[in-house]
Design a protein around this ligand. Sequence first.
Ligand code: DQA
Length: 148
Amino acid sequence: MTDVLVLNGPNLGRLGTREPDVYGALDAPTLAATIATWGSELGLAVEVRQTDDEATLVGWLHAAVDARQDVVLNPAAFTHYSYALRDAVAQVTRDGLRLVEVHLTNPASRERFRHTSVVAGVATGTIAGFGADSYRLALQALAGRPPA
Ligand code: DQA
């Protein structure tokens, strides 16, 4: 049984080749395997998924509510404008589950359009700017507490 769903949004499947000066050299499969290892070290069964599709991401969040799973979400560019995603995240956290918004970079220190997160206000919390370690810190935040 999966304890925590780690969901990655658009373009994060291109990690490794996508702007490595910004996002680092780690590719997406290696990041996914690393996150799963961090999860098991923390006693969490973690499943990592990535999609470029907003509807798929919304569907996965609905399924997390139904399966009572906490979520680590990197909404990528959807962070900045997807009210559909925000509304889906609100269903997770309003239902007593926890959702940590993560970013590899610190959007607040980048272009102006990245300064707005429409997700942050309904997330349990946000971790940004620590590269791949943002995911480890998010899993640490979720570990050791019983699901609501
Ligand atoms: C990102 C930051 C977003 O602004 C950007 O659109 C991404 C990645 C990050 O992890 O730093 O795709 O979410």
